[in-house]
Design a protein around this ligand. Structure first.
Ligand code: FAD
Length: 403
């Protein structure tokens, strides 16, 4: 099998598939499928370590999923213990007694992740780009910059610009966003506006666009800094359109507000949200991670990419065991998986979060510590206590009734 793309979704797919065959997946139904793991070839067009434009905040649930198959991705990280939100309706910060996740530099995290894949004997070829494929009766011929490779199937884990997706004729997708970021020093305004340096901050005050600003602690070359950015949905349901200020001018405004100079070029990239009923597979070819689509509300995609890999690895193990590469069941398997349920909920929430109910929603997130605590547990990959959910629901009803 060929996996095109060595980011979090490609690495996780290879590792969870490997785990299903070697029997180290504790909860997996495919445990110990057989003594002969399939031959997996992972290719990536980049030479690692490589840059990936990303703020690098990873929910603890992703590290927990990897730990369950004995994988630990070690790299410089900032531990995160809280979530903060500032809106036109108020402000709330909630901290957790334990770390809920971490912020990494993708250059370092992705290189360390790929090493974990290599360490398990998976063949990895960097500097090799996927170009196209041709289906044959008994397999698929994958064209790459290093020549043709014959395989049983192909996994497209090649991110937002996915060439595999294009070759499948699936187009760009129905929900996409622009995200822009820059790393800065800590400033006086941070001391005034933030409570602690281990909190992920989301700023929803600007209602001119469907999106938010963020400021996350980060570590760059050993130095403590802040990654600041703007996420803006540019195309999606309910008139989330390209009208309104561009992300660049929004980030310039934010830096000016904080009294910070623009230091170096901004890093800007597109993001794709998973839309309802979009195809994610055809015979012998399937998509994972941002090639398929990630969270359209916040643009969170690293934990999702890793959980895509978990669902895909287990699914592929069953396909290999049966010799069935129609991949007819991938969309259904994905929809029922943890990441699928999460993404479905978020894409249905999208028009409400940034649509006509925005002020009510802002009031809720800024006034409900129970909702924030439920979010902390979820982000961390912990069981969300029922009492917090019930309190959050009661807060939601209160806001809807105008109390
Ligand atoms: C500005 C910005 C900030 C973000 N911040 C966060 C954040 O804080 N937290 C979070 O969870 N998410 C964040 N995201 C989203 C996150 O970066 C992505 O969703 C995530 O990286 C998706 O993982 P992936 O493995 O699917 O794809 P990618 O990480 O994009 O990996 C795809 C890989 O495929 C390779 N590739 C591409 N084309 C080919 C080809 N033709 N042949 C072979 N290889 C190919 C690439 O080199 C790359 O290594 C952010 C995104 C942006 C743009």
């Amino acid at each position: 099998m060929v996996i095109a793309g060595g980011g979090p979704s490609g690495c996780a797919t290879a590792l969870f598939l490997w785990a299903a065959f070697s029997g180290v997946s504790p909860g997996g139904t495919t445990r110990g499928i057989g003594p002969h793991p399939p031959r997996i070839l992972l290719i990536d067009k980049a030479a690692f370590p490589r840059e990936k434009i990303c703020a690098g905040a990873i929910g603890g649930r992703a590290d927990k999923a990897l730990a369950a198959i004995g994988v630990e991705v070690r790299c410089p990280s900032v531990e995160v213990r809280g979530l903060g939100v500032v809106t036109s309706e108020g402000r709330l910060v909630e901290k957790h007694p334990r770390p809920i996740g971490r912020v990494v530099r993708r250059r370092e995290f992705d290189a360390a992740f790929l090493e974990q894949v290599r360490a398990r004997g998976v063949e990895v070829k960097t500097g090799v780009a996927f170009h196209g494929f041709e289906r044959r009766r008994d397999g698929i011929v994958v064209q790459t910059s290093a020549g043709a490779i014959t395989a049983k199937c192909l996994v497209g884990a090649d991110g937002v610009g996915s060439r595999v997706r294009r070759e499948l004729g699936l187009g760009r997708g129905n929900i996409y966003a622009q995200a822009i970021e820059t790393d800065t020093v800590w400033c006086d305004a941070d001391a005034r506006e933030r409570d602690d340096d281990d909190v992920l901050w989301f700023d929803l005050r600007d209602r001119r666009y469907p999106g938010y600003g963020w400021s996350f602690p980060t570590v760059l070359g050993g130095e403590s800094m802040v990654c600041r950015g703007i996420y803006r949905v540019t195309h999606g349901p309910c008139a989330l359109s390209e009208q309104g200020p561009d992300v660049s001018s929004l980030l310039v405004e934010e830096l000016a507000r904080l009294g910070l100079a623009k230091d170096g070029p901004f890093k800007r990239f597109a993001e794709r949200g998973l839309a309802a009923h979009e195809a994610t597979a055809q015979a012998r070819v399937m998509l994972v991670g941002e090639a398929a689509g990630i969270d359209p509300v916040l643009g969170e995609g690293i934990a999702q990419a890793i959980l895509y890999g978990r669902a895909a690895g287990r699914f592929l193990a069953k396909c290999l065991a049966r010799g069935d590469f129609s991949f007819a069941g991938w969309s259904r398997t994905l929809a029922r998986s943890r990441v699928g349920v999460d993404l479905t909920a978020r894409r249905f929430a999208l028009p409400h979060v940034y649509g006509p109910h925005r002020s009510k929603l802002e009031r809720l997130v800024a006034s409900s510590p129970a909702l924030a605590r439920a979010g902390l547990h979820y982000f961390a990959g912990e069981h969300v206590p029922r009492v917090e959910l019930l309190r959050a629901m009661a807060d939601g009803v209160g806001v809807m009734m105008g109390r």
